[in-house]
Design a protein around this ligand. Structure first.
Ligand code: GRF
Length: 221
């Protein structure tokens, strides 16, 4: 990976298709990032392999609950690894743990990709889909499943800054996606992935442009 660009670490847990979108955008020079480290909270995540293939240091960093490791101790290990990487920017691309304020506030930016169309106003609990009705803002770990179960007919993707309030940081980019009648989570997720990849790369590009211009339009602290 290039030694130019904004030093970035990525936190994942699974297939890493969003990570791949970032790796590809960096290779195309569409994103000015220097990918320093990929951490997964799951062993064997395919995203780790994607990182290694791209020449990015990657490893699993697991919370050892069985051995009684306290959550605070795990968070401290994650923070130490991120700091050691020299990252200024941290991307949450499927990471399954809520980040404590101590981590969120340690970096110039922490950005998340979320599989739902969220409102511009982080305090709002409903969102208007373009030309459509107002639907609930689906936050949390099962946003797509919840949207399907609620029968609202819409899903989407949102790239936003992370704050200590989960899924309520300032929106960078977002895009709604109409669900098909009777569509299940697997099919919807397959169609949603390219939407996520587009929204993510555009959102990260906007944050980088703001950062490189020497001001922070998208600051959270
Ligand atoms: C994405 O659906 C993202 O919205 C959510 O976790 C998933 C990660 O997918 N936060 P992938 O590992 O990038 O394919």
């Amino acid at each position: 990976m290039s030694s130019e660009g904004i030093a970035t670490a990525v936190l994942i847990s699974g297939s890493g298709s969003n990570l791949q979108a970032v790796i590809d955008a960096v290779a195309r020079r569409d994103l000015p990032l220097d990918l320093r480290l990929v951490l997964s909270n799951r062993a064997g995540a395919f995203g780790l392999e994607r990182a290694r293939r791209a020449g990015v240091a990657a490893r699993a960093e697991l919370w050892d609950r069985r051995a009684g490791e306290l959550r605070g101790a795990y968070d401290a290990r994650v923070l130490a690894a991120l700091r050691e990487s020299g990252a200024e920017l941290v991307l949450l691309l499927g990471w399954m743990h809520v980040l404590p304020a101590a981590i969120v506030e340690s970096f110039a930016g922490v950005i998340n990709i979320h599989p739902a169309y969220l409102p511009e106003d982080p305090a709002a609990d409903f969102v208007s889909v373009p030309g459509g009705p107002e639907i609930p803002a689906f936050r949390g770990a099962h946003a797509l499943r919840d949207a399907i179960a609620a029968g609202v007919g819409w899903a989407g993707a949102t790239c936003h800054l992370v704050t200590p309030a989960v899924d309520r940081g300032p929106v960078l980019t977002r895009e709604p996606m109409r669900l098909r009648p009777g569509e299940g989570e697997t099919d919807a997720l397959e169609r949603l992935h390219p939407v996520e990849h587009r929204v993510l790369t555009e959102g990260v590009a906007r944050w980088c442009a703001s950062r490189n211009a020497g001001f922070s339009t998208f600051s959270t602290h």
